[in-house]
Design a protein around this ligand. Structure first.
Ligand code: FAD
Length: 392
């Protein structure tokens, strides 16, 4: 047996023995996710056990180096672990912007002191992070951002406003883009800083969405003191860090294209019933089959591009292609779920619809093609940096 095959069989046996049964069930709603942080509470004993067991092995961040709280697995071993978890239906033990976005940026641009300070905290789920990029007048044109950080010799004084800051009211710390040189061309005067959301002068105000939920906020900074040691990367070169982080954010968002929860065909069969074991509506059957095949192909594309990126054989811009396609797949999946649910799927408040869970989730997918950069902007990036189209 090769080393990797041995690793696979040991991993499978360990997961079977250690992943609690309730952590192998599809997520029912967003509350089933564990986000960690100072205010975190486990929803069940199973969720706590699963987090603690994975944490003890370093498998919350399996491919990070061991000295920063990771599992030290190779890319191949990481793929095997993810594949075996998928087969058993294991939930993610921790969802975290720290893992998906900040961690990779710190591994590349952080000082040794920053890596030793923040990465193990992320791996232990102790700090919940939010992302302070967008501003009321700077979304797609992010580099025009206006939040200022004034040099006060031993610290920065930050003033300004961010918007659409996901979970800012629940987060402990923020990774934030600030302008540190107003005279320089817009991309060259930005720095990437980290600070505690409890710092005096930071406040948040939730924004209510079309889905009736409020997962994000306006975030205000009023004379916020930020230590100079909290700049990641070089002063005024935060745009480089920001772009690198965005490639990871886009890869993370693209994974929503894989879907989660029960198979679509099963949901449709439960809702509409079957004739001779199949859905009566041939068009719906064909749409579901097409989506499932596209999803499988996309899963392979994600694995392959992950390998290519790791081997530095693909343009980082490929994350824009994946993000675009993943967002579209997820929107298609939810359109089909709505079709399969018939008029029941439109219920908004009733108990049997779990307070309109399906309709709210469908509305939430509309944001997939906005968050992390809009679909139009991703297509621009693909045209320019991958296809190198003339005039793009
Ligand atoms: C669910 C969700 C979560 C989010 N979470 C966060 C977060 O945690 N932190 C954070 O900082 N931000 C977050 N955002 C904000 C997100 O990054 C911005 O909404 C996004 O970058 C677009 O910016 P904007 O809303 O200002 O739209 P605009 O930039 O004003 O765009 C408006 C429209 O113009 C189009 N457009 C703009 N420029 C071009 C162009 N050059 N070519 C073609 N079309 C163009 C866009 O595609 C869009 O359709 C989140 C957004 C959503 C929906």
């Amino acid at each position: 047996m090769s080393d990797l095959e041995k690793f696979r069989s040991e991993t499978r046996a360990w997961l079977e023995a250690n992943c609690p049964p309730d952590m192998r069930l599809p997520l029912e709603d967003d509350d089933d996710r564990f986000w960690g942080g100072r205010k975190a509470k486990f929803k069940s004993d199973g969720q706590r056990l699963w987090f603690e067991r994975m944490s003890a092995r370093g498998w919350i961040v399996p491919e990070w180096p061991k000295e920063y709280g990771g599992g030290g697995l190779s890319r191949e071993e990481g793929k095997i672990l993810r594949g075996e978890m998928r087969k058993l239906g294991c939930r993610s033990p921790l969802d975290s912007f720290g893992i998906w976005m900040l961690g990779p940026a710190l591994l590349k641009y952080g000082t040794e002191a920053q890596k030793r300070e923040y990465l193990p905290q992320i791996a232990r789920g102790e700090i919940r992070w939010c992302q302070g990029y967008s501003e009321p007048n700077s979304g797609s044109d992010l580099a025009s951002l206006a939040t200022r950080a004034e040099d006060k010799s031993d610290h920065f004084l930050v003033n300004g406003q961010k918007i659409w800051t996901s979970y800012a009211d629940k987060a402990d710390w923020i990774f934030c883009l600030v302008r540190t040189d107003s005279a320089a061309p817009k991309h060259l005067g930005i720095s990437f800083v980290l600070f505690d959301m409890k710092t005096p002068g930071v406040s948040t105000k939730p924004i209510l969405l079309i889905s009736g939920m409020s997962p994000f906020c306006e975030t205000f900074f009023d004379d916020v003191r930020v230590p100079k040691a909290n700049v990641v990367g070089e002063l005024n070169k935060g745009w480089e860090v920001a772009k690198y982080l965005l490639t990871h954010e886009r890869e993370m968002i693209s994974a929503i294209g894989l879907g989660a929860g029960r198979p679509l065909g099963q949901i449709a069969a439960d809702s509409l019933g079957t004739e001779d074991g199949v859905l009566a509506d041939a068009c719906l059957r064909a749409d579901i089959a097409r989506l499932e095949i596209d999803t499988l192909a996309f899963q392979l594309a994600l694995e392959r591009t992950g390998d290519l990126l790791k081997a530095k054989q693909a343009s980082p811009a490929i994350s824009s292609m994946l993000k675009y396609y993943g967002a579209e797949l997820n929107k298609r999946r939810h359109e089909l779920l709505m079709s399969a649910g018939g008029s029941d799927a439109l219920e908004w408040e009733s108990e049997r619809s779990r307070r309109g869970e399906q309709a709210r989730a469908w509305l939430r997918t509309k944001g997939n093609s906005i968050e992390g950069g809009t679909g139009e902007v991703q297509l621009n990036v693909v045209a320019k940096r991958i296809l190198e189209l003339p005039g793009a």
